[in-house]
Write a protein that binds this ligand. Structure first.
Ligand SMILES: Cc1cc2nc3c(=O)[nH]c(=O)nc-3n(C[C@H](O)[C@H](O)[C@H](O)COP(=O)(O)OP(=O)(O)OC[C@H]3O[C@@H](n4cnc5c(N)ncnc54)[C@H](O)[C@@H]3O)c2cc1C
Length: 371
């Protein structure tokens, strides 16, 4: 079977790109290992979040902001594809600070980014406790909360309905799911690529390698380079509670169905998506320090996912120097960047050249650092 584009990886990144290609009329195949696979995309916190993104790499800050600006319209398209709410809300996002040291660290981060970018990366406000209380008049904050940073443009969404919506939109646009396939070989041909899995071989004129932690194995077969390492994140979900948190926070967010999501961790080198008692206890204790009422909430579920993390934590996009019809895309903020991946990135891939926005997000930045 022959396609215009094949995307390897049905997580948040690959599915967004595949949807964007199919929606623009390209005959697109999405290849994925399927339900047995340990996707980070199924484990995430659903924040569309700009704070701290792009420290040392302004192009990442700008790309994040571009995606956030596209999100409101994109969310409508996704809800319509899914035929249901995807829980998108643009209410800003808070990052709570427990103790002066944390507030000072946030202040320093904002200042560094301001200096690097010659202005703010995105509007982020530093709130002291009084300003925070004024913003959340009905919320009883714990005594250790000294303030927060607040980014009014940031949003949140329910990640599983989003993933479902991307897949529904992809199929409605005529895309082809090739699931339960582990791609093991890519053979470059004059007119594209043969992509071989344990089930079959398909041919495509263009190729996008977007399979998260599977990238290091496949990318070199077509001259691409995107180093990623596993970083585990754990999450807790409470029972449904009466509305108590009108603004989502990083680490504590009430979704529109009422459950409160707590987390996450950032654990280097962990490849097993398991939760640990110590980490869950630490996350729960912190959430209860922010919002003491959460100490009474029942936990109904916890889970872990493994993120693909690049050496500097910023996304990597590359067009292969040796096989220019092949591209790679990876990031640990696949929800935040979803609108950009489905929009300008997919359009640029179809046009045969990465968008200018990501010119500084190529892997050659790692070579420069080591010379
Ligand atoms: C706990 C946690 C919280 C998170 N919170 C947020 C958040 O709040 N906001 C945000 O923006 N992002 C968040 N993320 C990250 C986000 O969910 C994305 O998962 C991340 O950006 C990576 O997406 P991905 O599609 O590259 O990788 P994955 O989701 O891991 O998907 C990779 C896919 O590639 C497939 N694959 C791999 N190898 C092969 C192969 N050889 N052949 C075929 N298929 C293959 C797998 O089956 C898998 O489906 C979070 C992640 C975690 C774990």
């Amino acid at each position: 079977m022959t396609y215009d584009v094949a995307v390897i990886g049905g997580g948040m990144v690959g599915t967004a790109i595949a949807y964007g290609c199919a929606a623009r009329g390209a005959r697109t195949a999405l290849l994925d290992q399927g339900d047995l696979s340990l996707r980070a995309a199924r484990a995430n916190a659903g924040l569309i979040y700009s704070q701290g993104k792009g420290e040392g790499l302004p192009a990442y800050a700008a790309w994040t902001r571009r995606s956030i600006s596209l999100w409101p319209n994109f969310a409508e398209v996704m809800a319509s594809a899914a035929g249901r709410e995807i829980g998108f809300r643009q209410r800003g996002v808070l990052a709570y600070c427990l103790g002066e040291e944390e507030l000072e660290a946030r202040r320093a981060l904002l200042q560094r980014m301001h200096n690097q970018l010659g202005g703010p990366a995105a509007p982020v406000h530093l709130l002291d406790r009084r300003a925070l209380e004024a913003m959340l008049p009905a919320v009883r904050l714990g005594p250790r909360v000294v303030g927060a940073t607040y980014s009014p443009e940031d949003c949140d969404v329910n990640a599983l309905p989003l993933l479902r919506a991307l897949n529904a939109g992809f199929l409605q646009a005529g895309g082809t799911h090739l699931l339960e396939r582990t791609v093991s070989r890519i053979i470059p041909r004059d007119d594209g690529f043969d992509i071989a899995s344990d089930r079959d071989t398909v041919h495509a004129g263009k190729l996008v390698v977007a399979c998260g932690l599977g990238i290091p194995l496949l990318a070199p077969m077509v001259g691409l380079h995107a180093p990623v390492r596993p970083v585990r994140g754990q999450m807790i979900v409470t029972e449904r509670l009466a509305p108590m948190l009108p603004i989502p926070g990083s680490g504590v967010r009430q979704i529109h169905e009422g459950v409160v999501q707590i987390g996450t961790t950032t654990e280097e080198g962990e490849v097993i998506p398991a939760t640990t008692v110590a980490d869950l206890a630490r996350m729960a204790a912190r959430a209860a320090q922010v919002i003491p009422a959460l100490a009474e909430a029942r936990i109904v579920r916890s889970w872990a996912g493994i993120r693909p993390m690049t050496p500097d934590g910023c996304p990597i996009y590359q067009q292969s120097p040796s096989h220019p019809r092949a591209f790679v895309a990876v990031c640990h903020s696949g929800v935040t960047l979803c609108a950009a991946h489905a929009g300008p990135l997919a359009a640029a891939i179809l046009a045969g050249k990465l968008p200018d926005d990501v010119a500084d997000l190529q892997p050659d930045r790692f070579d420069a650092h080591t010379t």
